[in-house]
Design a protein around this ligand. Structure first.
Ligand code: RP5
Length: 173
């Protein structure tokens, strides 16, 4: 199956524009994998109606995965998952005195029946959300599978390089 690069297949929703500094990591990662996406802001508690409309649009336009990032006990990812059978990937963000622990619990501790695939708090989680979305898409699109394999082998090479550097510092000759 060929990927149509003009049509978004991933929807990124964040709870506020203040989340963009972290969630841009997900956007940039999707961009680097040439995966078309739509990115927007909607709040579970401030714009519940908009959440529903965005999900309807995502389903009508045949998007495949939703990434949801929010801070505080905002439960955005769970609210998104309530409206859809598309896979929802949640990114907890640090936006309160609890440093993201509140968002982590409200994202990961979904009651049985409405799952949210929860990533780590912050930038690593945002990046992993994009990679995880790509892995879901790779089931259908071989071009994405090939790109993921390339990225993985690049990571392997970079660690081998690091190992060589560290070893050379203490090698007895
Ligand atoms: C959450 O509250 C958002 O996801 C954001 O992380 C946090 C603060 O939102 P703003 O006050 O910056 O709009 O709903």
């Amino acid at each position: 199956m060929e990927l149509n690069y003009q049509t978004p297949v991933v929807l990124i929703i964040m709870g506020s524009d203040s989340d963009l500094t972290i969630m841009s990591e997900a956007a940039e990662s999707l961009k680097s994998l040439n995966i078309p996406f739509k990115i927007t802001v909607a709040s579970a508690h401030r714009t519940p109606q908009r959440i529903q409309e965005l999900i309807e649009e995502a389903e009508d336009t045949d998007m495949h995965v939703i990434i949801s990032g929010a801070g505080a006990a905002a439960h955005l990812a769970g609210a998104v998952a309530a409206h859809t059978t598309l896979p929802v990937i949640g990114v907890p963000l640090d936006a309160s005195p609890l440093s993201g622990f509140d968002a982590l619990l409200s994202t990961v501790q979904m009651p049985a029946g409405i799952p949210v695939a929860t990533m780590a708090i912050g930038k690593a989680g945002a990046k992993n959300a994009a990679i995880f979305a790509a892995q879901i898409l790779a089931i259908k699109y071989p071009s994405i599978r090939e790109q993921l394999k390339t990225v993985k082998s690049q990571m392997t090479e970079s660690v081998i390089e690091k190992a060589k550097k560290v070893e050379s510092l203490y090698t007895i000759v």
